[in-house]
Design a protein around this ligand. Structure first.
Ligand code: 5CA
Length: 438
């Protein structure tokens, strides 16, 4: 992609309204634009990151056995009257009346809709277990939308819903999502710690939040440091028997403020391992049994023929929030440092003299070779000062910067910079390409 033909509206000034670094950088790097409080347009570069995060989430959901569908953003109030949540949900729910005076709402979550779909088709234990997920925009009329996409009113969520014949099955489903989440966040270069959590308006008695540690996090968290150091299990696990893996992690103390028990914390965790920090919640999983299936009559026949409410759980990931969370975890003074798996492009190609024919043709050659090998390139071919181009490249944080100018070319060399470390090397173009594609 040529930058001269792209749409990358970067800002020189730091926007005054942004209080935390990820929000500032997202505005400055031209990733998002605020259209109303807590409501954002995703500009081209931001959209690419969002899509890559979404794809990692999708792949790990599918690996854990979940099946994707897409539910509507607009929901009928009557479904929420059936579950009993319509009046409870309060002002966070955006309520809308259609032309027929029918009460509707912009979905803040989708337990009711998915239960309605389930009960229409599934009647027998033979069709279970089932886990359905979608990646869809949600709306919550938050009282204090803030920190950009971290606490928006409109935000993208991955929400999965599991259906099992009994509690034992539901726990297996819960464990699968627990491990899928560890792997998902690890693929994005994040360390997410599972913590015992309050269930809030979703309900249920077993729940974990997945928290990224960051100074600007909204929640205070307390945990055993050894949990932070534990590696993600990876894809090669026995997906039908994850209890030991989950137990190993839930045995160590980790709790959000609402669930924190100071006396237990001190008794269970050695002084040197006690970690009290701020955190960002990027995922939340719940087991709530028959909370929705009983009032909404989502019943299945068991092996004995008797009908009983299906056991459910729900599992959320804040897909749009993750864009901000990743920046909180990975940036420096000069800008964003994208982890390779979520970067909007792999390489920033900096053309130091677009009007020099030899430089222009070397750049073309580099773009072709990189794209042939499956690497994406943002080619800065604009007529601008080198200093401005370097600043833009650092700000938008692509993993590699490939710098081509007349002086180097005369010696047969280009410059390659790794954004994360700042390490630079002056090498022939072929060698630079090898290093990038290694
Ligand atoms: N139905 C359940 C799980 S599917 C649910 O709604 N869970 S939740 O309320 O915890 O939301 C799931 C995830 O969405 C959260 O962990 C968080 O990462 C993200 N999220 C929640 N509210 C917001 C918001 N206002 N802005 C951005 N992300 C949000």
């Amino acid at each position: 992609m040529r930058l001269s033909r792209y749409f990358l509206p970067t800002l020189k000034e730091t926007p005054a309204e942004a209080q935390i670094v990820s929000h500032r950088l997202m505005l400055r790097a031209g990733l998002i634009r605020q259209e109303a409080a807590g409501i954002y347009a995703w500009l081209p570069l931001g959209l690419k990151v969002l899509r890559r995060i979404e794809q990692i989430v999708r792949e790990e959901q599918e690996r854990a056995g979940a099946v994707e569908l897409l539910m509507p953003t607009m929901q009928l109030a009557d479904l929420w009257r059936e579950s009993g949540r319509y009046d409870d949900y309060g002002q966070e729910m955006l309520r809308i009346t259609d032309r027929h005076e029918r009460d509707m709402l912009f979905g803040p979550t989708a337990e009711e809709v998915v239960t309605d779909i389930f009960r229409a088709y599934v009647k027998s234990y033979r069709d279970l277990p089932l886990n359905l997920f979608n990646i869809q925009w949600k709306f919550r009329d938050e009282q204090r939308p803030r920190f950009g996409v971290m606490r928006g009113r409109e935000f993208l969520m991955k929400d999965a819903y599991s259906f099992d014949v009994d509690e034992a099955g539901a726990r297996r489903a819960y464990n699968r999502m627990f491990v899928a989440y560890l792997n998902t966040f690890s693929r994005m270069g994040l360390k997410a710690v599972p913590m015992r959590a309050d269930t809030g308006p979703i309900g249920g008695d077993l729940s974990h939040e997945f928290i990224i540690l960051a100074e600007t996090g909204e929640s205070q968290v307390f945990c055993d440091r050894r949990l932070v150091d534990m590696a993600a299990p990876g894809p090669d696990v026995d997906w039908d028997d994850l209890q030991a893996l989950v137990d190993q992690r839930t045995a160590l103390y980790a709790a959000t403020e609402e669930m924190h028990e100071p006396a237990r914390f001190e008794a269970e965790v050695g002084e040197g391992d006690r970690l009290s920090a701020r955190g960002i919640e990027v995922g939340h999983i719940f087991y709530f049994g028959e909370k929705y299936s009983r009032p909404m009559r989502a019943f299945v026949a068991g092996p004995d023929g008797a009908e009983r409410p299906v056991h459910m759980g729900s599992y959320g990931v804040g897909v749009s929030r993750l864009v901000g969370a990743i920046i909180e975890a990975s940036h420096d003074e000069a800008g964003i440092i994208w982890p390779d798996p979520v970067a909007p492009f792999d390489v920033a190609l900096i053309n130091l003299r677009p009007d020099d024919e030899a430089v222009a043709s070397a750049c073309e050659q580099a773009v072709q070779a990189l794209e042939q090998r499956g690497r994406s390139v943002l080619h800065d071919d604009r007529d601008d000062r080198p200093g401005a181009k370097f600043a833009t490249a650092d700000l938008i944080g692509l993993p590699w910067q490939l710098i081509i100018g007349p002086k180097g070319l005369a010696e047969g060399k280009v410059e390659l910079k790794r954004r994360a470390t700042g390490e630079r090397q002056s090498v022939p173009l072929e060698q630079a390409l090898e290093i990038i594609c290694a």
